[in-house]
Design a protein around this ligand. Structure first.
Ligand code: M6R
Length: 603
């Protein structure tokens, strides 16, 4: 949670760079924002409660400088106020810090520092850092102070520090929360993720857990947790900045929904060969694939919903048992992880704290862990034994869309690779995967009806989503999308479960979104729809176009389904657009819904 940006260069242009970087990281949190420049006359700070646009209005009077740090906040300790906004400083305004994560022992440190005469002005855990640095002489020797302070801090965090006495360097620490060093020409950058400096460079170094770095305009040095100087590999991404911008769409979410066919092509690129999946492109050896006897998937939110579809696909294609758990629960369940279990962690950001905790737990048990992520250089990508990238490109909107559908595609590829390793290849499914991007465009062109549906849906307080099998998993994602951006109460049910209680909530006009892409289960779902209609419910269907036109549905969206084993991503599109247009109709902040953040790096 929270986004941090740092800049150190030879020209006095830290301010515009940091401000631009913060705008790109705003999806990580948008409760408040601030920038500090390290100037010889002292630290100059501007900060403001609310979104980056509010910060912009107070930046005008900030003098130019070559070194600085910035922060966009998602509040954990202390309400979103001007005072709690980062950066925070020491008592004399000579040191400034920005921080992402949590300092667990901040209360104890704060009491100790107050007793030693330090004055605190905020309620945050972060403020102990600059005071601790001051205590260790950080104004004159920031590097050494950071080393000493580091030994006192407990928690999962990343922070940047600058001193007005040393305006040629940013000192950075990474303990769990993500941090990258972007490599520029006569200037270097620091940020929580690539998008903050993508306009300047595609080359970066991902700091590892426990690393400390001193970054100057033309050099950087990294020490590991043991204090040894280390070389970390330079990574390069092929994203361009346009991919990280809105590309003319009113919202990132709409752009990301619309670019799904391209994202699917990128995800499949180089991974299909004739009627086979190129297993080596999935990061797992054939040997390992052939020995997997069980799969445990862990994930959160939308990634969990992708996992549910992955389970159905893998079990049906290759008959290996798959369990799917919400990471925040799984980590505390003392689970039994049998020999031969492959633990798959799905995460767009690769930074979700609970998902990472599950991976660490599985590794301790000696199980092979496999990351399905969109984020090159993320913690998950580096900590898991093997990784496969979804190649969805940067996903900026808080509501996940293209990351979700590419996660499903990767899980389909995995199912097919597992099958191949057991001489159970399914060339017809491989061919269907190839057709998906084209079909995706077709579905996107048919979506006007969804807008009309959304305008009607926006008048409701409660919406129900139902389906069976994979359609139930889709229903769960559909309701989450609607809830998180439109704030309308929505719930998903296995269609057959309605009559066990929820049917009591259906009354005249209650909207029920029914998903029927599993044509073999269509008849069963239709019976449940009839139960809904008998109680006055209004049914909105997202259905396989091959199903008869006589289905008892009030409003129908047809999907060109091939097989639910590979085509479920097509049905995700109307669900995403339904949520999107409903939120737009209601005038909600689509890309940055209230109370949420893109990446949840705290428990
Ligand atoms: O980065 P991750 O995929 O690990 O994130 C998991 C969830 O926080 C995320 O999917 C969340 O549910 C989205 N806001 C849903 O749109």
């Amino acid at each position: 949670m929270c986004g941090i940006v740092g800049f150190v260069g030879q020209k006095a242009d830290a301010l515009p760079f940091i401000f631009d970087g913060l705008k790109r990281l705003e999806y990580r949190g948008y409760d408040s924002a601030g920038i500090a420049l390290a100037l010889p006359q002292g630290i100059a700070i501007r900060k403001s409660k609310g979104k980056i646009t509010l910060l912009e209005s107070v930046l005008g009077s900030l003098p130019p400088g070559p070194c600085g740090i910035g922060h966009t906040r998602w509040a954990t300790h202390g309400r979103p106020t001007d005072q709690n906004a980062h950066p925070h400083t020491d008592c004399h305004g000579e040191i400034a810090t920005v921080h992402n994560g949590i300092i667990e022992n901040f209360q104890e440190l704060r009491a100790e520092l107050i007793a030693a005469g330090h004055q605190f002005v905020s309620d945050t855990d972060t403020e102990v850092i600059p005071h601790l640095l001051e205590h260790y002489g950080g104004a004159q020797d920031l590097e050494s102070a950071v080393r000493q302070a580091e030994m006192r801090l407990k928690g999962a965090y990343a922070f940047l520090a600058v001193s007005s006495h040393e305006p040629d360097k940013v000192v950075a620490v990474r303990r769990t929360s993500p941090l990258l060093i972007g490599l520029g020409k006569n200037e270097n950058y620091l940020a929580s993720d690539f998008s903050a400096f993508l306009a300047a460079t595609r080359r970066a170094v991902a700091m590892e857990n426990g690393d400390m770095a001193v970054v100057k305009p033309t050099t950087y040095q990294i020490w590991d947790a043991g204090g040894h100087l280390v070389d970390r590999p330079v990574i390069e991404v092929d994203w361009d900045i346009k991919q990280a911008e809105r590309g003319g769409y009113p919202h990132f979410m709409l752009k990301e929904i619309m670019e799904q066919p391209e994202a699917w092509s990128d995800c499949l690129l180089g991974r299909l060969d004739g009627g086979r999946v190129v297993s080596s492109e999935l990061g797992l050896s054939n040997e390992l694939l052939s020995h997997v006897s069980r799969i445990q998937i862990v994930a959160a939110g939308t990634a969990y919903h992708a996992g549910l579809i992955g389970k159905a696909i893998i079990e049906r294609v290759v008959r290996i048992p798959v369990a799917v758990d919400v990471a925040s629960e799984y980590r505390y369940q003392e689970p039994v992880l049998e020999q031969g279990t492959l633990v798959i962690a799905i995460s767009q950001s690769g930074e979700t704290a609970d998902t990472l905790a599950c991976v660490r737990m599985a590794k301790e048990e000696g199980r092979v862990t496999y990351a399905v992520t969109n984020s090159v250089g993320s913690t998950l990508a580096r900590e898991a034994d093997a990784v496969v990238y979804t190649h969805a490109g940067p996903e900026i909107a808080v509501a996940s869309t293209k990351a979700y559908t590419t996660q499903i595609l990767v899980l389909s590829l995995l199912a097919l690779a597992l099958a191949q390793s057991r001489d159970m290849a399914r060339p017809e499914l491989v061919q269907m995967l190839r057709e998906l991007p084209g079909l995706g465009h077709e579905v996107l062109e048919r979506m006007d009806a969804v807008k009309t549906m959304a305008e009607k849906l926006a008048n409701n307080h409660d919406v129900f989503y139902v389906g069976r099998g994979i359609d139930w998993a889709l229903a769960m994602e559909g309701q989450l999308k609607l809830k998180e951006i439109s704030y309308i109460h929505a719930e998903a049910y296995a269609a057959g479960e309605l009559k066990h209680g929820t049917l009591a909530l259906i009354e005249e006009g209650t909207p029920v979104v029914a998903i029927i892409t599993e044509s073999t289960l269509a008849e069963k779902t239709v019976s449940n729809i009839l139960e809904v209609k008998a109680r006055g419910g209004e049914v909105w269907g997202i259905v396989d176009e091959k199903l008869p036109s006589t289905l008892p549905i009030d409003h129908r969206i047809d999907i060109p389904m091939r097989s639910p084993l590979v085509s479920s991503v097509l049905a995700a599109i109307p669900l995403q657009l339904l949520a999107y247009w409903t939120a737009v109709t209601l005038g909600k902040d689509v890309d940055q819904p209230r109370n949420l953040a893109k990446s949840v790096t705290v428990e």
